[in-house]
Design a protein. Structure first.
Length: 115
């Protein structure tokens, strides 16, 4: 099982980044997919979730209107589009997969928002 995040980096405030998570080794379409983030000295925070066929999405209040989650079950990928980034969005972002039996985490990708 693998969840491999990519797309992180350094961006100026107000900029955008697109995070991707490539999944393999499990039946991707059977899992609810989420993005979490963890800033230094803070707990892991749920950022966004998307249901198995993508019909329902949910994002944290702190990113509502700026971040969008989507998935492509044919490509086994989940995307987090992040716009209007703020310094407080700086964190390691993790891809997460869950069904009734299993939970998987990616290794994380660093996002730094700074001028």
């Amino acid at each position: 099982v693998q969840l491999v995040e990519s797309g992180g980096g350094l961006v100026q405030p107000g900029g955008s980044l697109r995070l991707s998570c490539a999944a393999s080794g499990f039946t991707f379409s059977s899992y609810v997919m989420s993005w979490y983030r963890q800033a230094p000295a803070r707990g892991r925070e749920l950022v966004a979730t998307i249901t198995r066929i993508g019909g329902i999405t949910n994002v944290a209040d702190s990113v509502k209107g700026r971040f969008t989650i989507s998935r492509d079950n044919a490509k086994n990928m989940v995307i987090l589009q992040m716009n209007s980034l703020k310094p407080e969005d700086t964190a390691v972002y993790y891809c997460h997969a869950q069904n009734s039996f299993s939970v998987y985490w990616g290794q994380g990708t660093q996002v730094t928002v700074s001028s």
